[in-house]
Design a protein around this ligand. Sequence first.
Ligand code: FPP
Length: 253
Amino acid sequence: MAEIADIEALRQRVRERPLPRHVAIIMDGNGRWAEARGLPRVAGHREGSLSVRAVTREARKLGLDALTLYALSVQNLARPPEEVKALMELLAEFLDSERAEILDNDIRLEAIGDLDRLPGFVRQRLDAVRAASAGNRGMVLTLALSYDGREELVQAARRAAGKHGPAGIDAAALAGELWTAGLPELDLLVRTSGERRISNFLLWQCAYAELCFVDTLWPDFRERELLLALCDYQGRERRFGLTGAQVQRAPRE
Ligand code: FPP
């Protein structure tokens, strides 16, 4: 009960101040969570998928416009085949079990990365939920799957050069070709598990994002931890290269 009251007080506090529009999370520490309990790594991923559900719900409840979750990098696909298989099965399970919640809560599901590398049973479910939720406007939940930030930039540069010619590429033209085109600017990037790296995630989009590194392992990162990260964000002054005095005179929306 004390825990619930604590979360409600935190939520209230977060609601009173400007929220980030777009939050991204590097969900790290599933393996360590499982190993600390003498469990197989897959148990950590399974528990981590419950955090995905809890954090998505909370983000929607608060009214964030976009939540982007780093679920799988291209490099993760080189893990032992049984771990990759289990991750794919968990993704498929997640898409089945969360489909109704996504649709009922006006969430649009998106996916970024080299989706052709996903097995058919994941791809089909992903495409089905994306199509069914395409008209939703409440929040965009983007799963980065088989994602590689440098590759995203390479492909965007190629497409922009094809459209505008190399000399015609500017920042807006390149941003318009990223997999995240159409999403709000990234405001906050959170990484769990105590690591302080970006690990090839949203390289371009991080330009002015606030970075928040927390020690909590992803399976333990739930509503309360998201709210604490948002409190941390709300306590920062975002200057975008200006002076503090300038920003205070003309705060950005
Ligand atoms: C990083 O922890 C996590 C991953 C590579 C997979 C993330 C997957 C999930 C959270 C569950 C499935 C996803 C969805 C969207 C339902 P790690 O295994 O690298 O942890 P470690 O650094 O402790 O080994």
